[in-house]
Ligand binder design. Structure first.
Ligand SMILES: *Cc1c(COP(=O)(O)O)cnc(C)c1O
Length: 408
């Protein structure tokens, strides 16, 4: 069976009521049939649920489906995407370790790496997403995996997002898998923007694939959730960490997310088709300075995108002249898109990263990531594409009046 079929048909065992849809197991704990069973469960001689901080049927169902879609050995679900990112690092890194990461990161991932991990003596080096193999290699310490030699921290982990937010830059996963062969670090990929439908990092050599399930996995802007899937030996360490620190996903959110996975494939197909058509239309618009989308031939990494991803994803960014004043006017003229900082919804959302999600970055950081005042990130939804194109086209044109007023 194809993995999509398996992901749809995977389900918690039917109860005596013969339900078709998985029931919600809203319970904090589970009972033991006997004192002996309690002992055996705690001794890990018998598999089963004990307490929902450790496992819960709804959470297990969600994890099994994502493992299938990602071709992963094992997985753990968390309350949010950030809890997944932090649990993977907290469980696998120790004082003295060094992490190499792409510079273009989700804001909170940047804060974990640059503000929180240093408290425990974990250092980092940032590399540009489009850096060459030699530049990535230069950031990796030669004693990786081995005890750190004096003064030289071991790069225990390479962490990255591809495509990145909001730059939509790609990192070549096969190239990093080659470097991994040489240096033995853990290759961990935030696969949130691509989803397992468009890209399976583990097949390309990654050890871990991490998601904010809040985005496309839910896909309808309802619940928060996160997941880490990957190599069984690493997941065992992350499971120990999660079991005792408690970033567990709630059964209700797991139930919502598991149901949503049944339509992920279908939704991504339409999301990507809409995104490509909107990107093409924006590229034709005389008032648009630049459009960024991995599956546009004008994208500097178009060839890599075609090799690494099945489609370009559902995030398109474009730039307009006239700074924040222009953005305000453009927003005022949009009648469909929602103004929000979220993404990955059935409803189209516009975000101005300069003044919201990435406002805390220093001016030079913004510049190096291409985050200009006039940059607009569009999380392309599932509305009719003709309506979306018409709405953006007229709003961009009308907002150009701001330019004339300021010139006068
Ligand atoms: C949203 C997001 C996260 C964080 O996920 P939460 O569920 O909000 O904690 C991490 N990485 C990427 C790429 C995201 O878009």
């Amino acid at each position: 069976m194809k993995k999509q079929t398996k992901a749809i048909r995977t389900q918690t065992e039917k109860s005596q009521y013969r339900e078709h849809s998985t029931p919600l197991y809203l319970t904090s704990s589970f009972t033991f049939d006997s004192a002996e069973q309690g002992r055996a469960l705690f001794a890990e001689e018998e598999e089963g649920n004990i307490y929902s901080r450790f496992s819960n049927p709804n959470v297990t169902e969600f994890v099994e489906k994502v493992c299938m879609l990602e071709n992963a050995e094992d997985g753990i679900a968390t309350a949010t995407g950030m809890a997944a990112v932090f649990a993977s690092m907290g469980a696998l890194l120790k004082s003295g370790d060094h992490i190499v990461s792409c510079r273009a990161l989700f804001g909170s991932a940047h804060q974990i790496i640059s503000q929180i991990l240093p408290k425990w003596g974990i250092t980092h080096t940032y590399v540009d997403a489009d850096a060459t193999e030699a530049e990535w290699e230069a950031a990796i310490q030669p004693n990786t995996g081995a005890p750190a030699a004096a003064g030289a921290p071991a790069a225990r982990m390479v962490y990255l997002e591809t495509p990145s937010n909001p730059g939509l830059e790609l990192v070549d996963l096969e190239m990093l898998a080659r470097l991994k062969q040489k240096y033995g670090f853990i290759l961990s990929v935030d696969n949130c923007f691509a989803t397992p439908i468009l890209q399976t990092p583990i097949d390309l050599g990654a050890d871990l694939s991490i998601h904010s399930a809040t985005k496309y996995m839910d896909g309808q802007g309802r619940v928060l959730g996160g997941i880490i899937v990957g190599r069984a030996d690493l997941m065992a360490q992350i499971r120990f960490f999660a079991r005792h620190t408690g970033p567990s996903l709630s059964p209700f959110n797991a139930w919502v997310l598991s149901k949503s996975l049944e339509t992920l494939d279908l939704r991504m197909e339409r999301h990507c088709r809409n995104a490509l058509q909107l990107a093409e239309a924006l590229e034709q618009h005389p008032d648009v300075k630049a459009v960024h989308y991995p599956f546009l031939p004008s994208h500097p990494q178009y060839e890599l995108a075609k090799r690494q991803m099945l489609a370009g994803g559902a995030i398109v960014t474009f730039e307009v002249e006239g700074g924040f004043e222009r953005v305000k006017e453009l927003y005022n003229n949009l009648s469909i898109a929602s103004l929000s900082s979220n993404l990955g919804d059935t409803r189209t959302i516009v975000t101005n990263p300069f003044t919201t999600t990435h406002s805390k970055l220093k001016p030079d950081e913004k510049e190096s990531l291409g985050i200009t005042e006039g940059l607009i990130r569009v999380s392309v939804g599932l509305e009719d594409i003709d309506d979306l194109i018409e709405d953006f086209t007229q709003a961009i044109a009308k907002s150009a009046e701001v330019l004339q007023t300021t010139e006068r």
